[in-house]
Design a binder for this molecule. Structure first.
Ligand code: ADP
Ligand code: MG
Length: 334
């Protein structure tokens, strides 16, 4: 890299984030060593983010780092895994300033501390192109117990954590495209900029959820992936989908936003199927963790996702189904 020297950046800014993990060898060797583990499986995921595509080039560097960590931890949580380490491959544009790098490393450090993980390796290069970041995250789950997309059974209930649609509305809020009271705008934009991966919930769903995934591309689309993997259909009740106060206020003003709420991305909540025998333990878990869990529908034989509107009409949400759907919804947010 022109500007700060690669080795200086690694030693000064990244090595402190490796301290808690002996196998990271202080980021002074060629590779990191994972401790042997006979009982657990290691779950691995990677997500890349490119400036101008996944975030704005002038977004605060600490939030860019934290979003990068969080989208990956959400994938681990979805599999029921407890995260322990991340690796960062970063291509910084020529001339990236020391100040920018420090703020980026600070954000990374904040989340590494918050989630009890370590940075155990990576690569640092310079690029003539846009800032490009790739984070690999690793977590542990008891061997054979990972929650897969493919395990749902007909008759299972469909659950989501938290609230749905805030990420998609948050993008609009951040762009100034929503007119709502400032506290709602702030809450929504914050949800978009800083996802809250369900890191403590995920491992607790092992043994309760039959299948699961995180909601990153929109509830309906992601549930469609779970349906395909499990060779089943899902029916969800739009009125049951949990909304934040801000999303509810937005929907009250503009009913057509329901389609955005149900299909927009960036929620990073957990979506899972569970047999009805798991209902009581799930509600206890929600109480204990302080994480809302809401049953929104059920899995059935067949294929595809159907949304029931508030008046009980079943509308199949294929391509092009949205106009009809959003036009007929009334009071679904109530
Ligand atoms: P090599 O050339 O042998 O691949 P590097 O000089 O690229 O090694 O990296 C030296 C050490 O610093 C390695 O442990 C590597 O994992 C770590 N490292 C490099 N860049 C990063 C980064 N962006 N984040 C975390 N660790 C990094
Ligand atoms: Mg080497």
């Amino acid at each position: 890299m022109s500007g700060p020297d690669e080795f200086q950046v690694i030693a000064q800014l990244f090595a402190p984030l490796a301290q808690s993990f002996p196998g990271a060898l202080g980021l002074t060797d060629d590779a990191a060593l994972l401790p042997p583990d006979a009982l657990a499986e290691t779950v691995v995921t990677v997500d890349a983010m490119v400036a101008g595509v996944h975030f704005l080039p002038d977004d605060p560097p600490d939030l860019v780092a934290r979003k990068l960590v969080r989208v990956n931890l959400s994938d681990l949580a979805a599999k029921g895994a407890l995260p322990f380490a991340v690796l960062l491959a970063a291509a910084f544009p020529h001339g990236t300033s020391q100040d920018w790098l420090e703020r980026f490393a600070h954000g990374l450090g904040q989340d590494i501390t918050e989630f009890g993980i370590a940075l155990i390796g990576g690569d640092t290069v310079a690029t003539p192109g846009p800032l490009t970041l790739s984070l690999t995250a690793m977590g542990k789950v008891a061997a054979g117990r990972a929650i897969l997309r493919s395990g749902a059974q007909a008759g299972d209930m469909v659950w989501v954590s938290g609230t749905i649609g805030d990420g998609a509305l948050g993008l609009r809020a951040a762009r100034g495209q929503l007119s709502l009271p400032p506290e709602h705008i702030a809450a929504l934009a914050d949800r978009y900029r800083l996802p809250r991966p369900r890191v403590s919930l995920g491992p607790c769903l092992v043994g309760l959820a039959s299948a699961g995934m995180d909601v990153s591309d929109g509830l309906v689309q992601d549930l469609g992936h779970l349906c395909r993997a499990s060779h089943l259909a899902a029916i969800i009740d739009a009125a049951a989908v949990p909304l934040s106060p801000a999303a509810r206020a937005a929907l009250d003003l503009d009913q057509s936003l329901l389609a955005t709420l149900l299909t927009g991305g960036d929620d990073y909540e957990l979506l899972f199927a569970a047999p009805s025998s798991a209902t009581a333990p799930l509600l206890e878990l929600a109480e204990r963790l302080g994480v809302p869990l809401t049953a929104i529908g059920r899995m059935e034989a067949g294929s595809g996702v159907t949304v029931h509107d508030a008046s009980g009409r079943a509308l199949s949400l294929g391509q092009g189904g949205w106009r009809h759907f959003s036009a007929t919804i009334s009071g679904a947010g109530a």
